[in-house]
Ligand binder design. Structure first.
Ligand code: CA
Ligand code: CA
Ligand code: ZN
Ligand code: ZN
Length: 499
């Protein structure tokens, strides 16, 4: 790393703000600041960043990069942005100069699997580099990593390129983004197959160091503001005598504690005593029955597809019947099951999924960089979400209140939540799901029933009705043949015919 930093150090006094910056370079810088979380989408849409916001973002980036803080796009700043780096965001909004924690595993004995290797290294060298990468962490924290050659593993390492069937984040060819990883307890660690992966040389990109960095993410560490830490976002180059920075060690020990020799021995005994325990990926969850389940979330997705979510499963609802049940994570990689809410916005093409205090963003089935994020400005554990095409806003519901969110503006949430009943008349508190549908109506779902709202957002007469019968194409319950049922069969054709 050091020659690069030295080079920058020499360069700085000579070139700071001496040269006019071309428009292309400025755009690239804004893209970079956006991509890595220094700059947020502005009020007026994607093209108009307020100059003061860009300056502020540049200052934050320069501060985090240990560059002179000018707020100007000088040569040193541009050069820094061109350096190869990790694909994860730098959420450096806090001022503490300390490791950042993103989550942790609830166990200390983890398995890993190497799914493929780079073509640029002999496979034994590449494997040794990856194994060594795990060791940096197990040397300082009470963690063990056991390789498995088949089946599920907690941490899965693989190389992919610009396009990948199984990863929602594509890579960008040689240079720039080198690798990315999921935070706990997801476990994907991906390397850009277009890099020149090397070991023991200053040429190319050192596989061992980058793997150790990405495994750090997989274990729950975020980016460090110490540019010399392993967890710094920018690749600092090959170091023959590489070791963890004190900030890396403090970070992993904050998550998993310090390594103590006695604990290690105990754990090894445990491991040998139970060698044949099958590895279960996640707690198996029962497949829901669309005819008898309530729903976690519903969404009118891209291309007018209606999705219903329950537990770990999702299925589509069409006029002619239901699609097959898929694991949620099989369609949206990296997304957990048991969601709180889901909403697709035709305005931005963004799909937002909510669960607990987190939000995930996807475009189609690709997760956007930097997600999931923490839900800071609206309450956690939302009930439901919908997009309302009339005002092009996203509505988030919890309990008896709602937040109205403009996806492309910095919304002032200080006056929210507002009472749901003030805007949506006749709908239940704590809805289990909600959406605007193809017929232009808003639907609320709760338990086994749903409500349809008219253009004035009032629940229509004759509702609630039966979800299973009218949406899930289930036979009406044969126990009762009340007016409710005759009404339902009308709605069944009603909502099906309009699509
Ligand atoms: Ca790359
Ligand atoms: Ca829900
Ligand atoms: Zn990183
Ligand atoms: Zn990937």
């Amino acid at each position: 790393m050091n020659w690069q930093r030295l080079w920058l150090g020499f360069l700085l006094p000579l070139t700071v703000s001496c040269r006019a910056v071309g428009p292309g370079e400025k755009e690239a810088a804004v893209d970079y600041l956006l991509q890595y979380g220094y700059l947020q989408k502005p009020l007026e849409g994607p093209d108009n960043f307020r100059p003061e916001d860009v300056i502020e973002a540049l200052r934050a980036f320069q501060e985090a990069s240990e560059l002179p803080v000018s707020g100007q796009l000088d040569d040193a700043t541009s050069a820094r942005m061109r350096q190869p780096r990790c694909g994860l965001e730098d959420p450096f909004n806090q001022k503490t100069l300390k490791y950042l924690l993103l989550g942790h595993w609830r166990k200390k004995h983890l398995t890993f699997r190497i799914l493929n290797l780079p073509s640029t290294l002999p496979s034994s060298t590449a494997r040794a580099a990856l194994l060594q990468a795990f060791q940096y962490w197990s040397n300082v924290a009470p963690l063990t990593f056991r390789e498995v050659k088949a089946g599920w593993a907690d941490i899965r390492l693989s190389f992919h390129g610009r396009h990948s069937l199984y990863c929602s984040n594509s890579f960008d060819g040689p240079g720039r983004v080198l690798a990315h990883a999921d935070i706990p307890e997801l476990g994907s660690v991906h390397f850009d197959e277009d890099e020149l992966w090397t070991e023991g040389t200053y040429r190319g990109v050192n596989l061992r160091i980058i793997a150790a960095h990405e495994i750090g993410h997989a274990l729950g560490l975020g980016h460090s503001r110490y540019t010399q830490a392993l967890m710094a976002p920018v690749y600092a180059g090959y170091r023959p005598y590489f070791k963890l920075h004190p900030d890396d060690v403090a970070g992993i020990q904050a998550l998993y504690g310090k390594k103590s020799p006695e604990i290690e021995e105990e754990e090894e005994e445990e491991d040998t005593a139970l060698p044949t325990i099958p590895l279960v990926p996640t707690e198996p969850s029962p497949m829901p029955d669309p005819c008898s389940s309530d729903l976690d979330a519903v969404m009118l997705g891209p291309r007018g597809k209606t999705y219903a979510f329950k537990g770990n499963y999702v299925w589509t609802v069409t006029d002619s019947g239901l699609g097959p049940l898929f694991q949620v994570s099989a369609l949206w990689e990296g997304l957990p099951g048991n969601l709180d809410a889901a909403v697709y916005s035709p305005r931005t093409q963004w799909i937002h999924f909510f669960k607990g205090d987190k939000v995930w963003r996807y475009i189609n089935f690709k997760m956007s960089p930097g997600f999931p994020k923490k839900l800071n400005r609206v309450g956690p554990n939302l009930d439901a979400a919908l997009y309302w095409p009339i005002n092009k806003k996203v509505f988030l519901f919890k309990g008896s209140g709602y937040w109205q969110w403009d996806e492309l503006a910095t919304t002032d949430f200080s006056r929210y939540p507002k009472p749901t009943k003030g805007l949506f008349t006749g709908v239940p508190d704590q809805p289990s799901a909600a959406m605007s549908w193809r017929d232009g109506r808003v639907y609320f779902f709760k338990g086994k029933q749903y409500w349809r709202l008219n253009q004035q957002l009032r629940a229509e007469k004759g509702f609630p009705r039966d979800i299973a019968h009218n949406w899930m194409h289930c036979r009406p319950p044969n126990t009762t043949a009340s007016d409710g049922d005759t009404d339902s069969s009308v709605t069944g054709t009603d909502h099906a015919a309009t699509g």
